[in-house]
Design a protein around this ligand. Structure first.
Ligand code: CP
Ligand code: NVA
Length: 309
């Protein structure tokens, strides 16, 4: 049994296999063919933080696969009143076939997975957001950006930046990360990425100059400056991230046919301008839709049904 907690645990071939599964299931569903690969299975979806895309895509996704999703907000379940993760994990995993959790620390997620009898999927932690990256890479493939792409990430060294580090270092493409001083990526995650990059041939650049990151990029991406849990630092962050807004002038430094990605929700006027988000290069709503398709690939793969698709 394998969990999906971080791309660190996955090989390049496995990542590509999951995305291919997702693309095949997407094509089937677009042709109105719904194969019940996960018939009668229940996906428990535990949320300790808010969500629009993750909740809707997992709940719809499991339904399209013939199963059902159970939305469990920590505001309502006993976890929110102090029941330990390890007890919650043992109870839920005796009743459900798969669990998705959105929580704070990766450690909590790992603890849950350690006590779970069924596969656990990371629906976002403070450290990583791996299912988002599966959708992002699927979107890159659909927009013809999978051949040796140069990806520029401009903004906070957060869960999205860490997840890009894992994807690039596993798949072997060029990633440039521009963060302001004091908002760099977690050094342990950087170290892991550098190790993986030695094997895959990925090139990773860290800078505090967004212009340097973006020049001639094929893909430009950013994320909120104020992640869930960082709200208390909002004012300071807005000051510290001055100069990091992805605007038209920045996009002009990228390749003329570069695409813009953002996991959403976006905060217009902060990490990205309205013009870029709504502009011709932005594919953020394709990206959001691909959460639905990529995660079906993840669920079917974890269930061991990969040869049936
Ligand atoms: N991108 C993403 O995970 O969005 P939600 O927070 O709405 O789930
Ligand atoms: N970095 C953001 C991503 C939201 C989908 C956060 O953790 O809040």
């Amino acid at each position: 049994m394998k969990h999906f907690l971080t791309l660190k645990d996955y090989t390049k071939d496995e990542i590509l296999e999951i995305i291919t599964l997702g693309l095949r299931i997407k094509a089937e569903v677009k042709a109105k063919r719904f194969t019940p690969y996960l018939e009668k299975q229940t996906l428990a979806m535990i949320f300790e933080k808010s969500s629009t895309r993750t909740r809707v895509s997992f709940e719809t996704g499991i339904y399209q696969l013939g199963g059902m999703g159970l939305f469990l907000s920590s505001r309502d379940i006993q976890l929110g009143r102090g029941e330990p993760m390890k007890d919650t994990a043992r109870v839920i995993s005796r009743m459900c076939d798969m669990v998705m959790i959105r929580t704070y620390s990766q450690k909590q997620l790992e603890e849950f997975a350690g006590f779970s009898q069924v596969p656990v999927i990371n629906g976002l932690t403070d450290e990583y957001h791996p299912v988002q990256l599966m959708a992002d890479y699927m979107t890159m493939i659909e927009h013809g950006k999978e051949q040796n792409p140069v990806v520029a990430y401009v903004g906070d060294g957060n869960n999205m930046a860490h997840s890009w580090l894992m994807l690039a270092s596993k798949l072997g493409f060029e990633l440039r990360i521009a963060t302001p001083k004091g908002y760099e990526c977690n050094p342990e995650i950087v170290e892991d990425a550098i190790e993986f990059a030695k094997e895959s041939g990925a090139t990773i650049l860290f800078t505090d100059d967004p212009g340097e990151a973006i020049v001639n990029a094929d893909v430009v991406t950013t994320d909120t400056w104020v992640s869930m849990g960082d709200e208390g630092e909002k004012e300071k962050r807005i000051k510290d991230f001055a100069g990091y807004t992805v605007d038209d002038a920045m996009m002009k430094r990228a390749k003329a046919d570069a695409i813009f990605l953002h996991c959403l929700p976006a905060y217009r006027g902060f990490e990205v301008t309205e013009e870029v988000l709504e502009g011709a290069q932005s594919v953020v709503f394709d990206e959001a839709e691909n959460r639905l398709h990529a995660q079906k690939g993840v669920m079917v793969w974890l269930d061991g049904k990969r040869d049936e698709v």
